[in-house]
Design a protein around this ligand. Sequence first.
Ligand code: KG4
Ligand code: ZN
Length: 339
Amino acid sequence: MKDTELILAIESSCDDTSCAVLRGKQVLSNVVSGQDVHSAYGGVVPELASRAHQAHIVPVVTEALKKAEVSKDDLSAIAFTSGPGLMGSLLVGTSFAKSLSLALDIPLIDVHHMRAHVLAHLIEGDNLKNPEFPFLCLTVSGGHTQIVRVDSPLEMTVLGETIDDAAGEAFDKAAKLLGLPYPGGPEIDRRAALGNPDEITFSKPRVDNLDFSFSGLKTSILYTLQAKLKEDEAYVRDHMDDICAAVQNTIIDILMDKLVKATKQTGIHRVAIAGGVSANRGLRNRLNELSNKNNWELFLPPFEFTTDNAAMIGITGYFMWKAGQVADLSIAAKARMKL
Ligand code: KG4
Ligand code: ZN
């Protein structure tokens, strides 16, 4: 393959339908279509997600080709997310990618969604800073929380991961408990900036090694607030911003504790972050503080490449294709996959 060749990439693992066109490591277009249909339910409804993917995929691919100013006949390969994710959602992208590869007679590349979040850092372009190897990546999204050691585009090792809920899930569950709208992360982020995190304290889990646990946080919030409400029935209403600041701080403390440990254990000081939660302003501030204190080289990706998007699938496809890792039409989507 040449670096001038075009890859079309498709992402449909959860509730965003996305298509990107890359020329080598450069992104020509990256179109993402979200799904509002879930907000009424306070979480992603798998059956509705797969139906929405079916409705969105053709218009999204058409728009990505148009924005990139290329035709489908110019494409050299198709990359798509084969897992992990919601089965019905994955199937839509998988069958679309297979059909296109068959119709155009070009290679098909099956991409791991979590590897792609990490490799989004290798996209080249104006104002994009690419880490050298090895680097550490903290991936924090609605479905996953991992610290990964990256030795090359195709060599990654999970150093720690959540044993229950993901960090984004912890934000969303806390918000639901507080009666805030879904998705809760951005709303807690907004309110936290106005509150005092020291007004109230929630307990943190004790987990060995570099793994995380977030399921106890919801229980701690529930019991702590129940006790407060016994003394003052207007407590939650009067202190909503403070509670959000304390929830956010607790989640950040849990994440940063393990990230600092990982840098010490590995001696790697190049630190990257990925996934939807990396948009959190409190988390970004704390990372900047830690980076100054510990002399880290920090990589904070633009928002466009950190939430679910197809550009990250395209860059991963680029490295896999270069290494000869292509799939055939028997490839199947998988809800669960090891990194
Ligand atoms: O990566 P992502 O878009 O989708 C996947 O889960 O793969 O991540 C979505 C998650 C949701 O849980 C959402 O609440 C959280 O990212 N999130 C945030 C913020 N923006 C999105 N969490 C905290 N602060 C934010 N600003
Ligand atoms: Zn994701």
